[in-house]
Design a protein around this ligand. Structure first.
Ligand SMILES: NC(=[NH2+])NCCC[C@H](N)C(=O)O
Ligand SMILES: [Mn+2]
Length: 324
């Protein structure tokens, strides 16, 4: 692979709180405050958002703005797959976490014959479907989208036919059918889940390295075990939701949760994971500066972004050291 290519997606329509679209620009501000040349050194390609729909009334209570979420996911998939096809490593900077489904679809589209594993560093499992969601917020659904898990055995909602038609279209973005096996998901620091998600985690035996386990065993061992858990996978996508970090450090994210990772733990885990040659795409999401004080979350997120990209570039044989 050539080098890293940044993909920016300022989309926030799948979050329940406003402001995640500003997360990317808050990281750019953090980089400037730090006198970093990171954003000058890395070319980026922008994916058009559909945030204007937020001025309109939502018509889909069990999957808010699903028509527009579908549109954005198609675009993210297209961009990610073409970045990979031109031999670049996609580093996706996004607003809400639903985008991750588009990235996964794009990775699969560019690598249809490879078994794709997912390492999901997050406070949440994001395994809901319109049939189970407690909120209708689609950033709680990306892993169900890509594993085709409707979770009918846990059904609590009755979405209308327009909603289910869009949901079925989303499950076929990029390539038809599931992109991953649900058992090829590894969670790190997931600690805020609902009953229907717990059912799926048990059903598929999804390994969750809790914050306590990270602290007890150390980041090196956890990264090694997470990668080992996916030893049968050919390629791996790592998704980093900043709400995996503890809510005491910063509230600059839409759904903060206690008992999360420290910045150092998150930093080390991401760096250790992307050092594995099978990791072929990385994403950072859910920075929301409107909920923060002093841009703390974006500063931490930018540090993690730049150091993680540095490791990826070293791996790809690039020596351009990033000033942090
Ligand atoms: N990517 C996220 N921040 N997801 C939060 C999801 C929260 C909750 N499980 C819901 O579905 O509404
Ligand atoms: Mn998430």
């Amino acid at each position: 692979m050539n080098d890293v290519r940044l993909v920016t997606v300022r989309s926030e329509i799948a979050a329940g709180t406003r402001g995640a679209a500003l997360g990317i620009d808050a990281m750019i501000v953090a980089s400037l405050d730090n006198k970093s040349t990171f954003f000058a050194e890395h070319e980026s390609v922008n994916v058009e958002d559909a945030n204007a729909v937020l001025f309109k009334k939502n018509k889909f209570p069990n999957a808010k703005y699903i028509n527009k979420v579908h549109e954005v996911l198609e675009r993210v998939c297209e961009t990610t797959s073409s970045v990979m096809e031109s031999d670049y490593f996609p580093v996706v900077l996004a607003g809400d976490h639903s985008t991750a489904a588009g990235t996964i679809c794009g990775v699969k589209k560019a690598n249809p014959d490879k078994r794709l594993g997912v390492i999901w560093i997050d406070a949440h499992a994001d395994l809901h479907s319109p049939y189970t969601t407690p909120s209708g917020n689609m950033h709680g659904m990306p892993l169900a989208m890509v594993s085709n898990e409707d979770n009918m055995e846990s059904k609590v909602n009755d979405p209308d036919t327009e909603t289910t038609a869009y949901w079925d279209a989303i499950k076929n973005v990029g390539t038809r059918g599931p992109k991953i096996e649900a058992s090829d998901i590894v969670f790190i620091s997931v600690r805020d889940t609902e009953g229907p998600e717990n059912v799926l985690m048990r059903k598929h035996g999804i390994r969750n390295f809790k914050t306590e386990e990270v602290r007890e065993k150390g980041t090196k061992q956890i990264a090694a075990e997470a990668l080992e858990q996916l030893s049968h996978c050919d390629i791996i996508y790592v998704s980093f939701d900043v709400d995996s970090m503890d809510s005491r450090i910063s509230k600059g994210t839409g759904t903060p949760v206690e008992n999360g990772l420290t910045v150092e733990e998150a930093l080390e885990l991401n760096k250790l994971l992307v050092a594995d040659k099978r990791v072929c795409a990385w994403e950072i999401v859910e920075v929301n500066p409107t909920l923060d004080r002093e841009n703390t979350m974006a500063e931490n997120a930018f540090r993690i972004l730049s150091e993680t990209v540095n490791v990826i570039e070293k791996r790809l044989g690039k020596n351009n050291m990033v000033t942090v």
